[in-house]
Ligand binder design. Structure first.
Ligand SMILES: [Zn+2]
Length: 124
């Protein structure tokens, strides 16, 4: 029996629920620059409760980046960075990044399987 064709990824929502209230999501046309000056795929701005995503990513990567940034909000809202601290600010940041990447990878993998999405889908 042939496999069902893969479905297309849903559009990125303009607003997502955070633990402490809604978070707006904006997809930019081009690249993003982090506060440290590096190019990045996404940013979470806690005071504004806003996620920014760079343009031009394929859907699976865009969703991974959304969930990664959303996870930053979950951790901050829940106070978890207090548990993830290390000896230095660098260690805290590294620990937070690992947790956010793990959550994003797990959820994108779950979405791909549960919704029969094409992980290699190109830009819409
Ligand atoms: Zn991050």
């Amino acid at each position: 029996m042939p496999k069902a064709p893969r479905k297309r990824w849903p559009a990125i929502p303009k607003r997502v629920a955070g633990l402490a209230g809604p978070i707006t999501v904006t997809v930019r046309r081009g690249a993003l620059t982090a506060p440290d000056g590096d190019d990045c795929w996404g940013l979470y701005l806690p005071p504004k409760r806003r996620i920014l995503l760079a343009g031009g990513m394929p859907p699976a990567l865009r969703w991974h980046t959304l969930i990664h940034e959303w996870a930053h909000a979950w951790l901050i809202d829940a106070g978890l960075p207090n548990l993830l601290h290390g000896e230095t600010e660098e260690e805290l940041n590294r620990n937070v990044e690992v947790v956010c990447d793990t959550l994003a990878t797990a959820l994108v993998r779950s979405m791909t399987t549960a919704m029969n999405l094409d992980p290699m889908e190109r830009k819409k």
